[in-house]
Design a protein around this ligand. Structure first.
Ligand code: ADP
Ligand code: MG
Length: 525
C-alpha cells in the first residue's frame, strides 16, 4: 500500500480594511517562485503550496483541491481541513459562509468542488452515481447535526465500522440529485452553525464544522487480463465504489487569552482549544518518526476521532493553514506555521474503496452461474440415461416377446411329439402281443418299449401354454426353452427311428422281410 504524505498549503490573506485603517504592519511574506514563506525577519517555512495575499479562490481550488475531487471520483477518500486563528480566512477559504450571497469569484472550496463533482457525473453517463451529504459540527465537545437540528446530541455517536472507517451514527445523510440541491443544504447547515461576536471577528466560528460529501458509484467492471474465464463471468457485472470527502472548517486556534473572552465564551475557547490541542498531539505523534509505533491519541477529542481516517489513515488529505499577515497576529501566525510544518510529516495510506460486498456478489453470481450449468449438465445426463434405459427396456421387452413366441412354438411341437411317443408306445405294446417275432426282434422291440417308457417317464408334466409368460422374468423361459429343446430333440430322434423301423417291420410282416431285414438289425452293426 502506497504511503503518501499529508499535503500542506499556507494561505496568507490580505490585510483587512480595519487592519489597514489601524495601520497594521505586515509580518509575513511569500518568496516569489518558491514554496516558501518568511515570517518576521528570517523565519522561513517550506510547504507544498503557498498562496499569497493576491491568490484567488480559484487558484487555491485548482492547485490543491481539484486533484482531491478527481481522487474522490476515482474512489479515494479525501479531506481538506482549514486551520488557523479566528479571522485568518478559514471559512472564507473552505466556503462555509453565506454562499448564496457571495459572487462566483469569492466562492470557496466547497462550491467549487460541488460544481466539479456534478460536472464529472454528467460527463460519465455509464457510471451510476449516488451522492449523499451530511453536515456535523462539534461544539463544546458535543456533536450537532447541522442538517437536522432536532436530532438529540445523545443520538449522534462516532463509531468505527467493520472495515475500521470512522462513521457518525445517527447523522442525517441527505441524498442529492443536483449541484443546486447540494448548495442549498450547505447554506442551510452554514446558517445553523454557532456563530457569535468576539473581539476578533464579528462572525467567529466557535465550532469545528465537518461537511461530508459521500459518493457511491456503480461502474461497469473492466475485464481482467490473463483470465479468460473470469472475463467471461464478469461481463455485464458492476463494481461498487464508495468514497467520501470531508471539508473541515476548524474553530479558531488562537490562545484563550488572546480573544479577551470571559464567562461562557471563555469556556467555549477552552473547549475549542482542547480539541485543537488533541489534534496537535495527534499530528505530532503521527509526524514524529521516533514515535511511529507509539499510541496515537485519537480518542482524546471528538474532532480527532472524526479525522482519524484523514490523519494517518485511508484518505488523501490537504491541510490549509490560514494566516493573517498582520504583525499584531505574529505569534498566532508563527504557531500556525509550526503546527502546519509538523503536519507535513504525516503519512497516509489511501486506497480505492471498492465495496467488497459487491465483489462478493459478483463471486456469488459466478458461483450461481456455475451451479446452474452443472445442474443443467446433470439434468441432460439423467435424461440421456433415462432414454438409454427406456431403449434397453424396449429391447428387453422385444426379446422377451420373441422368447415367449419361441416357447409357445416349442410347447406346441413338444406336445405333438409327446402324442407321437404315446401313440408309438401303445402301438409297440399292441405289436408285441399281435405279432410273432424272432428272439432278436423281440429283444429289439423290448428295447424300443423301454426307450419309449423311459421317454414317457422323463417328460415333465406339460406346462400350460400361458404359464410363466408375461411375468417379466427371462430366466425361467431360458430354462424351459432349453429343457424343451432337449426333450424335443430326444423325441424327434426317437420317433423318427421308431417310425422308420416300425414301417419296415410292418412291411416285413406282409412279405418284404428279405428286402428290409438290414433295417431292423442296425444295432448289430
Ligand atoms: P475564520 O473563518 O478563519 O475565522 P474568515 O474566513 O471568517 O476567518 O475570514 C475573516 C475575514 O477575512 C472575512 O471577512 C473574510 O471575508 C476575510 N478574508 C479572509 N481571507 C480572505 C482572502 N483571502 N481574501 C479576502 N478576504 C479574506
Ligand atoms: Mg470561520
Amino acid at each position: 500500500m502506497e504511503e503518501i504524505p499529508v499535503k500542506v498549503a499556507v494561505r496568507l490573506r490580505p490585510l483587512l480594511s480595519r487592519e489597514i485603517l489601524h495601520s497594521h504592519q505586515v509580518c509575513v511574506r511569500v518568496i516569489p517562485n518558491t514554496q516558501q514563506v518568511v515570517i518576521g525577519k528570517d523565519r522561513v517555512f517550506t510547504f507544498d503550496f503557498i498562496f499569497g495575499n493576491k491568490s484567488s479562490q480559484d487558484d487555491v481550488y485548482t492547485n490543491c483541491i481539484k486533484p482531491l475531487v478527481v481522487s474522490l471520483i476515482e474512489g479515494y477518500n479525501a479531506t481538506v481541513f482549514a486551520y488557523g486563528q479566528t479571522g485568518s480566512g478559514k471559512t472564507y477559504t473552505i466556503g462555509g459562509g453565506h454562499v448564496a450571497c457571495v459572487i462566483d469569484e469569492e466562492k470557496g472550496i466547497i462550491p467549487h468542488a460541488i460544481q466539479e463533482l456534478f460536472q464529472s457525473i454528467s460527463e460519465n453517463p455509464n457510471i451510476d452515481f449516488s451522492v449523499k451529504v451530511s453536515y456535523i459540527e462539534v461544539y463544546k465537545e458535543e456533536l450537532r447535526d447541522l442538517l437536522e437540528l432536532d436530532t438529540s446530541i445523545k443520538d449522534l455517536h462516532i463509531r468505527e465500522d467493520e472495515k475500521g472507517n470512522t462513521v457518525i451514527v445517527g447523522a442525517k445523510e441527505c441524498q442529492v440529485e443536483s449541484a443546486d440541491e447540494l448548495m442549498s443544504l450547505l447554506e442551510t447547515g452554514n446558517a445553523a452553525r454557532h456563530t457569535g461576536t468576539t473581539q476578533m471577528n464579528e462572525h467567529s466560528s466557535r465550532s469545528h464544522a465537518i461537511f461530508t460529501i459521500s459518493i457511491y458509484q456503480q461502474r461497469p467492471k473492466e475485464p481482467q487480463k490473463n483470465s479468460e474465464t473470469v472475463v467471461d463471468g464478469l461481463l455485464g457485472s458492476v463494481q461498487m465504489i464508495s468514497s467520501k470527502f470531508h471539508f473541515v472548517d476548524l474553530a479558531g486556534s488562537e490562545r484563550v487569552t488572546k480573544t479577551g473572552n470571559t464567562g461562557e465564551r471563555f469556556k467555549e475557547s477552552i473547549q475549542i482549544n482542547s480539541g485543537l490541542l488533541a489534534l496537535g498531539n495527534v499530528i505530532s505523534a503521527l509526524g514524529d518518526p521516533k514515535r511511529k509505533s507509539a499510541h496515537i491519541p485519537y480518542r482524546d477529542a471528538k474532532i480527532t476521532r472524526i479525522l482519524k481516517d484523514s490523519l494517518g489513515g485511508n484518505a488523501k488529505t490537504v491541510m490549509i493553514a490560514c494566516i493573517s499577515p498582520s504583525s499584531s497576529d505574529f505569534d498566532e501566525s508563527l504557531n500556525t506555521l509550526k503546527y502546519a510544518n509538523r503536519a507535513r510529516n504525516i503519512k497516509n495510506k489511501p486506497i480505492v474503496n471498492y465495496n467488497p460486498d459487491w465483489d462478493r456478489m459478483d463471486e456469488m453470481e459466478l458461483e450461481i452461474k456455475a451451479l446452474r450449468e452443472a445442474l443443467q449438465n446433470q439434468r441432460a445426463s439423467v435424461m440421456a440415461q433415462a432414454s438409454q434405459v427406456s431403449q434397453d427396456w424396449s429391447l428387453e421387452k422385444a426379446r422377451i416377446r420373441s422368447l415367449e413366441e419361441q416357447l409357445a412354438q416349442l410347447q406346441l411341437e413338444c406336445f405333438n411329439y409327446r402324442n407321437c411317443v404315446e401313440e408309438a408306445f401303445t402301438f409297440l405294446i399292441d405289436l408285441k402281443d399281435m405279432v410273432k417275432m424272432r428272439r432278436s426282434q423281440q429283444l429289439r422291440l423290448q428295447d424300443w418299449l423301454s426307450m419309449a417308457e423311459g421317454l414317457r417317464m422323463e417328460m415333465p408334466p406339460t406346462p400350460g401354454i400361458d404359464s410363466g409368460i408375461g411375468n417379466g422374468r427371462e430366466e425361467p423361459y431360458h430354462i424351459t426353452i432349453l429343457q424343451l429343446k432337449r426333450e424335443l430333440k430326444k423325441c424327434q430322434v426317437f420317433v423318427y427311428v421308431l417310425l422308420v423301423r416300425m414301417f419296415v417291420t410292418v412291411l416285413a410282416k406282409v412279405g418284404y422281410v428279405g428286402c428290409f431285414t438290414f433295417f431292423i438289425e442296425p444295432a448289430k452293426t
